[in-house]
Write a protein that binds this ligand. Structure first.
Ligand code: HEM
Length: 199
């Protein structure tokens, strides 16, 4: 909602790769949606649900970059080094983008939303599949509008920190059902607008 052009691009891709007349997006529609994957990847970079992963202890004495780390030290990995880190730039992870080759499934220590190696999140693939199908259906079935008087820049994405983070403020949006038309003075659009989405 803070990036209307990127929202339009994502919605365009989802609607292009889902057959006209299909009620919902199905898993088989997702394979050609490169921009969807970029949006999810960049979202996990900017808002990782578990930013510090889970606490781990080193199992043996070791030396890292010249620093001695004794066995049993609590280790927190925070190795991000991104250009304009606070900006949502989904293009950076698309083919040809500055971060296109950075893996987020545990092979690149600059980007670890699911952690890595033996304690990597076992729900990784399930989580991605769920997020993709949920997000595509939200943008396929509805056009989303901000409440009257609210502008894109007013959407507050401040996070409350914890073992898992969550948004400080609720996101309130009006869903306008795709293709909704007024019929007999009772429009789907009005119905949808009556039900404000709270996040
Ligand atoms: C976007 C969604 C998710 C993210 C970002 C995420 C991320 C993580 C992270 C960072 C860890 C900690 C790894 C560590 O020890 O450093 C973790 C652990 C774990 N996750 Fe997820 N997770 C997600 C969804 C899921 C789902 C959907 C499931 C199950 C269906 C799941 C199951 C688990 C389990 C069981 C562990 C503990 C693994 C262990 O024994 O060390 N996660 N996850």
């Amino acid at each position: 909602m803070r990036n209307p052009q990127r929202m339009a691009k994502l919605q365009g891709e989802v609607r292009k790769h889902t057959q006209e007349g299909q009620e919902t997006v199905e898993e088989e529609n997702l394979s050609d949606m490169a921009y969807l994957r970029a949006v999810v990847k960049e979202t996990l970079r900017l808002h990782p649900p578990t930013p510090l992963l889970l606490p781990h202890l080193s199992m043996a004495d070791c030396v890292v970059d010249g620093y001695f780390v004794p066995s049993g030290t609590r280790v927190i990995i925070n190795a991000e080094s991104w250009e304009s880190p606070d900006e949502f730039m989904s293009e950076r992870v698309l083919d040809g983008g500055s971060a296109a080759v950075i893996d987020f499934k545990g092979n690149d220590f600059t980007f670890l939303p699911f952690s890595a190696r033996r304690r990597i999140c076992p729900g990784l693939n399930f989580a991605l599949a769920t997020v993709e199908i949920m997000l595509t259906n939200l943008v396929y079935c509805f056009d989303w509008q901000l409440p009257d008087g609210m502008e894109a820049k007013d959407v507050d994405t401040t996070e409350v920190f914890g073992l898992t983070v969550h948004p400080k403020e609720k996101l309130m949006l009006y869903p306008k059902q795709r293709g909704a038309t007024a019929a007999g003075g009772h429009s789907v659009q009005a119905d949808a607008a009556d039900s404000v989405m709270h996040n």
